[in-house]
Design a protein around this ligand. Structure first.
Ligand code: HEC
Ligand code: HEC
Ligand code: HEC
Ligand code: HEC
Ligand code: HEC
Ligand code: HEC
Ligand code: HEC
Ligand code: HEC
Ligand code: HEC
Ligand code: HEC
Length: 335
């Protein structure tokens, strides 16, 4: 008896739901909607009447039910999917009467929800992202539109998981694995001899990158690469009495951020790296580059020039203050 009442009520809802369609169209085309009857104005009837209760009848198992323990499910908080309109699950999955009430013959598929986020039935990236940006288009996602991820059709849920007590991408130790599913090169670099301790869980990709979008290059967290580095390596910021020009311009002219076979994240073997800019034949410093070394005594001159390229640290043996010097006599970064 109870079942039949439900069924009748449900059919009634569908009828109201269908009759709402033209109204919705009118709204999207900007025409003023037709006057609504009191019954229609309550709420779009296609949504399940009892919100999450309807869904949980069938979906009461982990991981689906884990969402009930997350910040998305706070009944008293009108900003959450469970705090408004009683749409609950359907705030994200869309009104899904076909899904709730389809009873497929054995061997046949059940109709999907209006929006499926993962797997073979997933909705378009645009549709899925729209469900999230309905609520999340401010704060740190201000720059999402036009960002590298948005314009390459990456979905919010390619990184985020919502049916889990703690979203792994928000956990420092677990975040890189998410990123590595698409960024294999950075994964390989993270295993190199010298690397930022990202795999070790001490630094996260998000410490340097604003993955939702950035006004800076390469999704940098700050406006420039250098400002991003200064967040943790403040002692390199200076100002120094004697500045080494490439340090001020771009840390990446000598370092590589994700991993290197050379110590100290050097982009090349040390002395080759210095010589790339300071060589007698190839740079604007022509002649002047090693001219100063002429003033050294014989043996010192040899160190600098003949065995220099063979020894990783040779230039640094004398020029120890490559990032800049505050010594009165530091013009050559010797002290
Ligand atoms: C009568 C039981 C029942 C109810 C009620 C129900 N579901 Fe389902 N749902 C299922 C079954 C069974 C599947 C697996 C379908 C399949 O694999 O064929 C499923 C699958 C899904 C999927 C995955 C769909 C896909 O194509 O990958 C989502 C999302 C989902 N349900 C959400 C919901 C939401 C949200 C509600 C409430 C609005 C809900 N379900 C109500 C039984 C139900
Ligand atoms: C109805 C609005 C609404 C929708 C739709 C919504 N969210 Fe949220 N979301 C919230 C609110 C509110 C919070 C809690 C924010 C807070 O406490 O400051 C939240 C929190 C989060 C958090 C942080 C969770 C944590 O553990 O701190 C993530 C990540 C997130 N949402 C991602 C998503 C994704 C991805 C989607 C789309 C699948 C989505 N949200 C859809 C309102 C929404
Ligand atoms: C490339 C992976 C990636 C994509 C795509 C992505 N996020 Fe995030 N999201 C993150 C990471 C990582 C964090 C943690 C904060 C950080 O490190 O910047 C985060 C944090 C969040 C938070 C919680 C932090 C807060 O306080 O605001 C919300 C909410 C969120 N994302 C929503 C979204 C929405 C909505 C989309 C789609 C428009 C999206 N994200 C797309 C990786 C991603
Ligand atoms: C904040 C948006 C949001 C809310 C609210 C939400 N879901 Fe989901 N749902 C998702 C996303 C995103 C996925 C993809 C898997 C994931 O991220 O955990 C998903 C996946 C699912 C799946 C498929 C799981 C699988 O393993 O294939 C089911 C079933 C489901 N949701 C049911 C529900 C039910 C039931 C509720 C209400 C209790 C609900 N969802 C509330 C966003 C949401
Ligand atoms: C679903 C695949 C996918 C995931 C997951 C993903 N990315 Fe991306 N990412 C892309 C694509 C596609 C681009 C744009 C093409 C490119 O530059 O490789 C991109 C671009 C970037 C860029 C900018 C590259 C540039 O040249 O400007 C950075 C930085 C980045 N991702 C970092 C991350 C981080 C950090 C994470 C994890 C929190 C992550 N990505 C997760 C697919 C992904
Ligand atoms: C210590 C800061 C830092 C960390 C941590 C970091 N990155 Fe980067 N990333 C950079 C810098 C700086 C660049 C720009 C390099 C350039 O311009 O040559 C960059 C560039 C990128 C690019 C663009 C490709 C390229 O080489 O130009 C991708 C993709 C990327 N990072 C992904 C990641 C991922 C994924 C993680 C985490 C596993 C991560 N990054 C962690 C600083 C960092
Ligand atoms: C979130 C903090 C953080 C940011 C931002 C950061 N670093 Fe680091 N950096 C570290 C930590 C932590 C270490 C490891 C220190 C240790 O092992 O003692 C490190 C180590 C290094 C090392 C030495 C590596 C080695 O093998 O000894 C270099 C070089 C370096 N960072 C350069 C950079 C550059 C260039 C940037 C900007 C692109 C940058 N860092 C941004 C935290 C950061
Ligand atoms: C001209 C090349 C060059 C530039 C540009 C450069 N570095 Fe370095 N950096 C070096 C060399 C060489 C070492 C190794 C020093 C040693 O082993 O004593 C080093 C070592 C480091 C170290 C680890 C040892 C230490 O001194 O803490 C950090 C961190 C570092 N650099 C950060 C930075 C940051 C941040 C920037 C940009 C502001 C930057 N570097 C720009 C050449 C450079
Ligand atoms: C990306 C190019 C670049 C790299 C790599 C580089 N330098 Fe420089 N260096 C410069 C520039 C540009 C100046 C300023 C030259 C000028 O003022 O004439 C400079 C100045 C110097 C000076 C002071 C010279 C003077 O006349 O004031 C010394 C010493 C020096 N560099 C040593 C090194 C050492 C040692 C390394 C390797 C650790 C190195 N440089 C790597 C570009 C570079
Ligand atoms: C034995 C110590 C020593 C070593 C090793 C050394 N230098 Fe020098 N370098 C000096 C001294 C001292 C000066 C300053 C000479 C002067 O007062 O005119 C100098 C000057 C310079 C200058 C400025 C030249 C000018 O006239 O403007 C550059 C550039 C330079 N060195 C680069 C290098 C590079 C690159 C290496 C490694 C291949 C290196 N040095 C190895 C001691 C050394």
């Amino acid at each position: 008896m109870k079942m039949r009442t439900c069924l009748l009520a449900f059919l009634g809802l569908i009828v109201i739901g269908l009759s709402c369609v033209p109204v919705a169209r009118a709204e999207t085309t900007g025409e003023s909607p037709a006057t609504e009857s009191p019954a229609e104005s309550k709420k779009p009837a296609a949504f399940a009447d009892r919100g999450a209760q309807t869904c949980i009848k069938c979906h009461d198992q982990s991981p689906v039910s884990d969402i009930l323990k997350t910040p998305h499910v706070v009944k008293g908080d009108g900003r959450t999917p469970f705090g408004q309109d009683n749409h609950d699950c359907e705030t994200c999955h869309g009104a899904s009467p076909e899904h709730i009430h389809s009873h497929p013959a054995s061997g046949e598929k059940k109709a999907s929800t209006a929006v499926v986020f993962k797997g073979p039935n997933a909705a378009s990236v645009e549709k899925r992202n729209e469900m999230c940006t309905n609520c999340h288009e401010n704060g740190m996602r201000m720059n999402w539109r036009g960002s590298q991820h948005q314009s390459n059709d990456v979905a919010c849920v390619d990184c985020h998981t919502v049916h889990v007590t703690k979203d792994p991408v928000l956990v420092k130790q677990k975040q890189p694995e998410k990123c590595f599913t698409c960024h294999a090169e950075q994964r390989a670099q993270s295993f190199m001899y010298s690397h930022h301790p990202v795999r070790e869980g001490k630094v996260s990709c998000g410490d340097c990158h604003s993955v939702h979008g950035s006004p800076g290059p390469k999704l940098m967290k700050e406006f420039t690469v250098n400002q991003t580095c200064y967040n943790c390596h403040a002692e390199k910021r200076g100002p120094f009495m004697w500045e080494h020009q490439p340090v001020r311009e771009d840390c990446i002219s000598c370092h590589t951020p994700h991993g290197s076979t050379e110590a100290r994240l050097m982009s090349e073997r040390m002395n080759f790296m210095c010589s790339a800019c300071h060589s007698g034949s190839t740079s604007a410093n022509s002649g002047a580059a090693f001219g100063g070394h002429g003033a050294l005594s014989g043996s010192q001159k040899n160190i600098a020039i003949s065995s220099g390229l063979a020894n990783q640290r040779t230039c640094l043996n004398c020029h120890s203050q490559v990032h800049g010097s505050n010594s009165a006599n530091g013009a050559y970064f010797l002290r």
